[in-house]
Design a protein around this ligand. Structure first.
Ligand code: GLN
Length: 478
């Protein structure tokens, strides 16, 4: 087995015993990137820096003072800043933009001796569910290159699934960590809003965005979460709480826990094989001693509309800064100031980003603000209340992550509404600010992975991962 294929716990043990060197792990990952170049999972790879970092980490391991992530090789979604490197956001607009500073999450993982391999491909400005809107071309699904890996953290998910890195960071505004994790068959967690600092994450929709880990095991995702969580005065939405202690809970099991199945998440539009897999996950949890009950989240049917009003409104405001003046792309063919704005934005942004900016500007405009934006804010409160009520009857919720398994490249690209419906089970979690994880559970008849989502109350990352660990164990033995 190549060291690139090892989960971190196994990897770390071998590094500590001296059976493996950090350099070999990095080289094995670089080799996987090279061997599966057609996946297009990375936008940039920093091979030399990674190999240099490997030597430093190796010495720390030898001295016995290595950090918690020593030798973990990471891919980082290309909307998270690493000082001195490019942060493109998958856009022509930022294709040559070099970050002057590092995101807080990067400082935290480097302080624990992780190794940065490169920046992963993504939908332009994280807008998409398929990774097809990237300026750098689509990422392909590791199991079937004719299919999408999901999005927008599709590069991160594909890279982890294809063993090009041990784990990765993504961002989740409406499902962008969980949905690609589900489609690629890896673990992806969106922590509670405010848990992880977004300092250095390029903003899409600020009331929804959150950084989260993708990994091949629940343990690895939990470890990475513990490291990236924590208060950061540089992000005003960061919550001043101790990082969650997840690892110590992973073996606790699910006996006595109440698992809720939200009725609305099993309605029409759900692929039959996905429904069966999630119901079989529920039965597994029951066998392990959990109580499964049906619950209701009555405002679910409004979630997509609400999300696409609020997310586009915030995006239109956040993306106003790309005007050709201070940073990013400037059209070489402009004569007046207005012309510069017009051409730079017309040429710098792709069609999906433009669609979102137009939708967002529309719902915020005088005359429509009350009818759309204000109303969506109210519905957001109702959606949040649905969850609060459900959590009076159960400890966590179990749902599908995505209504279908990986779809074909091009299949939904011409039909934005169908594409937006890929997010039907994930966006409510962002609207309510909750933690949720997607873990692989079963496969469809084509052998494509199915993702099960576990949603918890705010700050219950440890509980969510505890249930995920139990299901992971079941999924393996089944
Ligand atoms: N697919 C959703 C969208 O297109 C979610 C994106 C995300 O979470 N960044 O907005």
């Amino acid at each position: 087995m190549s060291p690139a294929e090892l989960d971190y716990r196994t990897l770390r043990a071998r590094l500590e015993r001296g059976e493996l060197r950090v350099r070999e792990v990095v080289e094995a990952c670089l080799d996987m990137v090279e061997r599966r170049k057609e996946l297009n999972a990375f936008i940039s790879v920093q091979a030399e820096a990674a190999l240099r970092q490997a030597e430093i980490v190796e010495q720390r391991l030898r001295k016995g003072n290595a950090g918690r992530l020593a030798g973990m090789v990471l891919g980082v979604k290309d909307n998270i800043a690493i000082a001195g490197g490019r942060t493109t956001c998958g856009s022509r607009m930022l294709a040559n933009y070099v970050s002057p500073y590092s995101a807080t999450v990067i400082e935290r993982i480097l302080a624990e001796d992780a190794i940065l391999l490169g920046k992963t491909n993504m939908d332009e400005f994280a807008m998409g569910s398929s990774n097809e809107t990237s300026y750098f071309g689509p990422t392909r699904h590791p199991k079937d290159p004719e299919r999408v890996p999901g999005g927008s953290s599709g590069g991160s998910a594909a890279a982890v699934a294809a063993c090009q890195c041990t784990a990765a960071l993504g961002s989740d505004t409406g499902g962008s960590v969980r949905q690609p994790a589900a489609l690629c068959g890896v673990v992806g967690l969106k922590p509670t809003y405010g848990r992880v600092s977004r300092y250095g994450l390029v903003a899409f929709a600020s009331s929804l965005d959150q950084i989260g880990p993708l990994a091949r095991t629940v343990y690895d995702a939990s470890l990475l979460t513990e490291v990236i969580c924590g208060y950061d005065p540089r992000d005003s939405t960061s919550v001043n709480l101790e990082p969650p202690a997840i690892l110590q809970k992973l073996e606790k099991g699910v006996r006595g826990l109440r698992i809720g199945l939200p009725r609305e998440y099993f309605a029409s539009g759900l692929q039959e094989e996905v429904r069966e897999a999630i119901l079989s996950a529920a039965r597994s949890l029951e066998t392990l001693g959990a109580h499964v009950t049906e619950v209701s989240l009555p405002h679910t049917e409004y979630a997509i509309a609400t999300y696409y009003i609020l997310a586009t409104a915030e995006a239109s405001s956040n993306l106003a800064r790309y005007d050709g003046a201070r940073y990013g792309y400037r059209s070489p063919r402009c004569s007046t100031l207005e012309d510069m704005y017009f051409r730079s934005r017309s040429e710098g942004f792709g069609p999906e980003v433009k669609r979102r900016i137009m939708l967002g500007t529309y719902v915020l405009s005088a005359g429509y603000y009350e009818a759309y934006y204000r109303k969506a804010q109210k519905v957001r409160t109702l959606i949040r209340r649905d969850f609060l009520e459900a959590f009076e009857k159960c400890d966590v919720l179990l749902t599908p992550t995505s209504p279908t398994t990986a779809f074909r490249i091009g299949e939904k690209l011409g039909d934005p509404l169908t594409m937006y419906l890929s997010d039907v089970y994930t966006v409510s979690v962002n609207l309510a600010g909750l933690p949720a994880v997607s873990i692989p559970f079963g496969r469809d008849s084509r052998g494509l992975p199915i993702g099960a989502q576990i949603i918890g109350p705010t700050f219950a990352e440890a509980l969510v991962m505890q249930v995920a660990a139990a299901l992971e164990q079941e999924g393996r033995t089944n």
